[in-house]
Design a protein around this ligand. Structure first.
Ligand SMILES: [Zn+2]
Ligand SMILES: [Zn+2]
Length: 442
């Protein structure tokens, strides 16, 4: 399997003398399997040069597959400038996370509407197939593609590609569910069960390409922006037993010398970890060949299909547990606009009863409740005899920024995620949609 970086920058293209070595174009990675299957990961501005190179090298009709992690601008802005889409001999299949509310065609169609670009999605000359994805797996040629949601303000998938006796994981953009404990040693496994699941997604990879836009020093000012500090990218790769780690999504404020310094520190951290991945910073134009090794002991188990049917699934049920009537009404209003079925409880005892009766797909749980507090509700559900209650995603609603001990205690009690009050409606909708999209294949 051949991997080539065409765009490595995060957030904003940053060409110029300060980014000559690592590159200024936004995310785009080309993957070519031994049987000639062509996969492109993300279509940031780097895809422009890839498109020109593909057209120059063509010796017949082209069939490519474009896997989009999410629809943030820096990951799709190059698509309207991708030359192979303008040849009627070619076919391109586009894949992106989607669902009943946000369909891939809607987001790409919006980007390529006359308001933003002179050529619309419908007028491309290549044959274009659009595919909505959720968590699961599917195959492209000889490549097994496994998808798993990342933790980012927009619905985002990571991609794990298994082919030719090699494993490649592309995980951008992603923020740890928790950085706690802050003093974790190099390579120490995370405590949050979703972070542990993320590490399993990277397991045994020959190459992990991972968001590492920040460092732990930058992070406090950037928490919630959806990116990983370099230290945690190293820890995840180490805990996963990955062979190599490519740092990606370089911050537009980081010039080449700063990236050098980050790589140096990352290599030091890796050298002190129990398992020592080889760390480098992805550079535009760089190629990496992944060696052939046995897959059997490091592949992930079978998963359901990641390809979503075109008809929308039935309305999911969300349980909202909140003792403040105004807050309860506000949340209920916003979730109903999303065509969700909302059931409510106003104390901990009732929360447990309704969770058992109504089979919700998600619980939003205020932490300060009468009778039983949120910690206790979490602990009881996680110890329940029914698997669906043990695995029910529980998003804690909290009025203030929690202290580290409280965060750790909440995650140990089984909380899945947090949302701070006052509730911001777009964030609420995006977070709820993200958790409802997740299947729990293990
Ligand atoms: Zn990004
Ligand atoms: Zn993003």
């Amino acid at each position: 399997m051949q991997v080539r970086f065409w765009g490595t920058r995060g957030s904003l293209p940053k060409p110029g003398p300060m980014t000559l070595r690592y590159g200024g174009n936004t995310s785009c990675v080309e993957v070519l399997s031994d049987d000639g299957t062509l996969v492109v990961l993300d279509c940031g501005s780097g895809i422009h040069d890839l498109g020109l190179a593909l057209v120059r090298a063509r010796d017949g009709p082209m069939h490519g597959h474009l896997l989009v992690g999410h629809a943030h601008w820096d990951h799709i802005q190059g698509l309207p400038f991708f030359a192979p889409l303008f040849s009627d001999a070619d076919r391109w299949d586009l894949y992106a996370p989607g669902g009943r509310i946000q369909q891939l065609e809607a987001s790409l169609g919006n980007l390529m509407s006359y308001d933003h670009h002179p050529i619309t999605l419908q007028s491309l000359e290549a044959q274009v197939g659009l595919h909505d994805l959720t968590e699961g797996e599917f195959t492209i040629g000889g490549i097994r593609v496994i998808t798993q949601f990342l933790h980012h303000p927009a619905l985002t998938l990571g991609y794990r590609l298994e082919a030719d006796g090699a494993v490649l994981v592309y995980a951008s953009d992603h923020e740890p569910h928790t950085l706690h404990p802050l003093a974790a040693g190099p390579g120490e496994p995370p405590i949050h069960h979703e972070d542990q699941r993320h590490v399993r997604f990277l397991a045994g990879a020959d190459l992990v390409i991972h968001d590492s836009q920040y460092t732990m020093d930058d992070f406090p000012a950037k928490a919630g922006w959806g990116h990983t500090p370099m230290e945690r990218a190293v820890d995840y790769a180490s805990a996963a037993g990955a062979r190599r780690l490519a740092l990606l999504h370089h911050d537009p404020e980081h010039d080449d010398d700063t990236v050098d310094a980050i790589v140096h520190r990352a290599a030091e951290r890796a050298a002190n970890a129990p398992h020592k991945p080889d760390v480098f910073a992805a550079a535009e134009g760089q190629s990496v060949e992944l060696p052939r090794r046995p897959l059997s002991d490091r592949g992930v188990g079978p998963r359901p299909s990641a390809l979503l049917p075109s008809e929308p699934p039935q309305a999911a049920t969300v349980l909202v547990v909140e003792d403040d009537p105004d807050m309860l009404e506000l949340i209920r209003l916003h979730l109903r606009q999303e065509k969700l079925r909302v059931v409510c409880a106003t104390d901990g005892e009732a929360a447990l009863r309704v969770a058992r009766e109504e089979r919700p797909s998600l619980m939003l749980l205020d932490f300060n409740l009468p009778f039983r507090d949120g910690f206790e509700v979490c602990r009881i559900l996680r110890a329940d005899g029914e698997e669906r209650l043990r695995d029910l995603p529980i998003v804690i609603l909290t009025g203030s920024r929690l202290q580290e001990e409280a965060v750790t205690e909440a995650f140990l009690a089984g909380a899945t995620d947090f949302m701070m009050k006052p509730i911001k409606p777009p964030l609420l909708r995006s977070l709820v949609r993200g958790w409802l999209m997740r299947q729990r294949p293990g």
